[in-house]
Design a protein around this ligand. Structure first.
Ligand SMILES: Cc1cc2nc3c(=O)[nH]c(=O)nc-3n(C[C@H](O)[C@H](O)[C@H](O)COP(=O)(O)OP(=O)(O)OC[C@H]3O[C@@H](n4cnc5c(N)ncnc54)[C@H](O)[C@@H]3O)c2cc1C
Length: 401
């Protein structure tokens, strides 16, 4: 059946938001709140689950910690936006349709593409079959289940980026009986200033995490990780956090994508090949004057809000504005009792200031908990979602002057 049959919205301008992650939720709530008193705009949000995935806390899920139940339909209640639970299997950019679970079809006039990323488990042989990842809540729960039953032995965390660091610290703290080895190309905290990086490495040491930097994992086996050069590290469980990949749907639909499959946008966040499609969050390749943005929640939510305000402007016959964003921090948890926050320049290079210890724990928790209340506030006051650092001279271009 056509999912839009019988909704009475056939003549409305149909905006379909794909993905209700940090960016998609920001777009959906912002747009629904802006258009709710106007006839003729129907916002539909499609997501794999009804429960909001707090990706920022998946390392907590992976260590058996219970998270709050955050219901997407509940937050959308009263906004006029419709929620469709399902798995998007195809986008037809010519017919302007989205296929869900292979048999339902949604028609759109404007599409917001926010399907995020998952761990790149195809990078190295054996990862798909033998390693755990933090791609979804279900994946994280599988690891929690395994860790809870181990009682001893080694857990190898592959990837010394921030997800790897947070995960290794969390596992070491929650399961002190396990040896945790963090494997990666770079020293943990490589993007931080010397003080913050030293603090981070000290904290990993205190938690007993063994760091092996400058290594390349060649293969994951059922009971070990093999490095290039042949060394083998025995491991009862392997967590893969090295690299991310996007859904193949955008490329398959013929949208212009970059070498990583992310939708390439213009300055206003519209697809360069299909201007009726906006791309947001980790699934988009969004260029700023300092380079293409990398996937974060701090940047993803503003992209969602901006896409929504752009759609609203276009619907009112106005021109959308260029998107500008400057990074401001990198907060990293080091277990539940410790953290480090590196403050950054808008291009994400580290400033001299950082927070450590209890202050950093409070800061990190405030940041991690903030998206959900932000959506609630935006429902009543859409403009409250529009505050983020624009990046000053770091993001100024001919177009933005
Ligand atoms: C452990 C961990 C810690 C992190 N910590 C931080 C941090 O401290 N700060 C920070 O800024 N960033 C952090 N990140 C990165 C951050 O989580 C991402 O940048 C952010 O989630 C991107 O938001 P998004 O909306 O683009 O995608 P997502 O939040 O991944 O949302 C995508 C949504 O689309 C849905 N979806 C995907 N494909 C389909 C499909 N085919 N059909 C239906 N639904 C689909 C997914 O289920 C999901 O709900 C962390 C990531 C991890 C894994």
């Amino acid at each position: 059946m056509n999912a839009q049959q019988g909704t009475g919205t056939e003549s409305a301008h149909r905006v379909v938001v794909l993905g209700a992650g940090y960016a998609g939720m920001a777009a959906a709530v912002q747009l629904a709140a802006r258009t709710k008193r106007r006839q003729g705009v129907q916002v539909t949000v499609v997501n794999a689950q009804e429960r909001f995935t707090e990706r920022l806390r998946l390392h907590m899920t992976a260590t058996g910690q219970e998270l709050a139940e955050l219901s997407i339909p509940e937050v959308l209640e009263g906004t006029g936006a419709r929620f469709v639970r399902g798995w998007v299997t195809a986008v037809d950019a010519d017919a302007k349709t989205v296929r869900i679970d292979d048999h339902r079809v949604l028609h759109y006039d404007t599409l917001v593409y926010g399907l995020g990323t998952v761990a790149d488990t195809s990078a190295v042989p054996g990862v798909e079959d033998h390693a755990y990842s933090l791609s979804t809540v279900q994946e994280a729960e599988l690891l929690a289940n395994r860790l809870g039953r181990l009682g001893g032995g080694t857990v190898a965390v592959v990837g010394s980026g921030l997800t790897g660091v947070e995960s290794a610290a969390e596992i070491a703290e929650q399961y002190p009986e396990l040896n945790v080895v963090l494997l990666g190309r770079q020293e943990p905290g490589a993007t931080m200033n010397a003080k913050a990086a030293a603090y981070l490495r000290g904290a990993l040491g205190r938690l007993g995490v063994q760091v092996r930097a400058g290594v390349e994992v060649a293969k994951v086996l059922p009971d070990a990780v093999e490095l290039t050069g042949g060394e083998s590290i025995a491991a009862e469980a392997v967590l893969w956090t090295s690299g991310t990949r996007v859904s193949p749907l955008a490329a398959a639909a013929g949208l212009a994508v970059d070498e990583r499959g992310r939708v390439v946008t213009d300055a206003t966040l519209r697809s360069v090949s299909h201007p009726e499609v906006y791309a947001i969050g980790d699934a988009a390749a969004i260029r700023q004057a300092y380079g293409v943005m990398h996937g974060t929640c701090q940047g993803g939510m503003p992209t969602g809000v901006h896409a929504a305000t752009s759609i609203d402007r276009v619907l009112k016959g106005r021109q959308p504005k260029p998107f500008r964003f400057g990074y401001y921090h990198t907060p990293v948890s080091l277990g539940r009792g410790d953290a480090v926050v590196q403050f950054t320049h808008p291009d994400d290079s580290p400033r001299r200031i950082c927070l450590t210890g209890r202050m950093a724990v409070r800061y990190k928790e405030t940041v991690t908990a903030s998206p959900w209340p932000t959506y609630g506030r935006m429902k009543k006051m859409p403009a409250s979602g529009a505050f983020w650092p624009r990046g000053g001279r770091f993001t100024r271009t001919q177009e933005t002057r």
